[in-house]
Ligand binder design. Structure first.
Ligand SMILES: [Zn+2]
Length: 249
C-alpha cells in the first residue's frame, strides 16, 4: 500500500465520517449512501462511530425541536448535531463516572476512618488493660539503694543567702556505672553546671551536665560509666570551671 493510496483513504474517511450522522438517520441517498456503506465495510473506526450514533437516533426523536438551536438548520448540519450530542453524552457519562469514583473514594475514606477508629479503639483497650495489668501484677519497684553523701557547697559567693542549698544528695551504684542524685536550689538560672566523678588516679569522668534553675528547686540525676568502687570524689563545676559542689566518698 503506497502513501498516496493511504492518503486518499484517510481523506475519504474524513469526508465520509461527516456523513455518518445523516447515514444513521437514513437521510442519505445515492451515491453518498452507497459510498458510506462501502466505507463502513472497510473502516472499523467509522463502524464504531455508527454504533455509538445509532442509540441516539431514538433519543433524537424525543427531542423538542424548540430546544435546539434557534437557527433552522440544513439537513447537512444534522451530522454535526449528532456529533455534539454524542460529545455531550460522552461528557455526561464521564461526569457520572467521575461522580461514581468520588463516591467510591468517599466510601473508601469512610471505611478507612472506621478501620482507623477500630484500630485506635483496640490500642486504647490494649493500653487500658496493660495499665490495669500493670497495676495488678507489677511488683513494687525495687527501692534504689541510695548512698547518702554530704555534698559540700564550695566556692566564694555560692554559700549563704540566694546561694546553693542542697536538700539531699546521694549516689546509686549501677551495674553500668554510678549515678549522682541530688535535690537543691540556688544554681544560677541559665548557667550550665557539670558533674564529674574523680577516681583514685585523679582522673575526672564526666557524669553529665544540668542547667541552673535559680530559686526553683530541681531534682538531678547525673550518670557516669565509672563504677561506684572507682569513685573517690564527686565534683560539680560551674561555667567557669570553678568547683561549686564537692564530696569525698
Ligand atoms: Zn472511516
Amino acid at each position: 500500500m503506497n502513501d498516496a493510496h493511504e492518503h486518499g483513504q484517510q481523506e475519504q474517511h474524513e469526508r465520509l465520517r461527516e456523513l455518518l450522522g445523516a447515514h444513521v438517520l437514513g437521510h442519505l441517498v445515492a451515491p453518498e449512501a452507497d459510498a458510506v456503506r462501502a466505507h463502513l465495510d472497510g473502516c472499523a473506526g467509522c463502524r464504531a462511530e455508527v454504533a455509538e450514533l445509532e442509540p441516539l437516533v431514538a433519543r433524537l426523536d424525543a427531542v423538542d425541536p424548540t430546544h435546539l438551536d434557534e437557527r433552522p438548520s440544513p439537513a447537512g448540519d444534522l451530522g454535526a448535531r449528532i456529533h455534539s450530542g454524542v460529545a455531550a453524552e460522552r461528557a455526561a457519562r464521564e461526569a457520572r463516572a467521575r461522580e461514581d469514583e468520588r463516591a467510591a473514594a468517599r466510601h473508601r475514606s469512610r471505611r478507612r476512618t472506621t478501620l482507623l477508629a477500630a484500630a485506635a479503639a483496640v490500642v486504647v483497650v490494649a493500653l487500658a488493660s496493660g495499665i490495669a495489668l500493670g497495676r495488678a501484677s507489677a511488683p513494687q519497684p525495687p527501692a534504689v539503694p541510695l548512698e547518702a553523701i554530704s555534698l559540700e557547697v564550695d566556692g566564694p559567693g555560692q554559700q549563704g543567702e540566694g546561694g546553693i542549698e542542697l536538700e539531699s544528695a546521694g549516689l546509686v551504684a549501677h551495674t553500668w556505672g554510678t549515678e549522682l542524685r541530688f535535690v537543691g536550689t540556688g544554681f544560677e538560672e541559665g548557667v550550665v553546671y557539670r558533674a564529674a566523678f574523680r577516681d583514685s588516679g585523679g582522673r575526672l569522668t564526666p557524669a553529665g551536665e544540668f542547667l541552673g534553675t535559680g530559686a526553683a528547686e530541681m531534682s538531678c540525676q547525673l550518670q557516669s560509666a565509672l563504677l561506684r568502687p572507682e569513685v573517690v570524689a564527686v565534683v560539680v563545676t560551674d561555667a567557669e570551671g570553678e568547683t561549686v559542689l564537692s564530696s569525698e566518698v
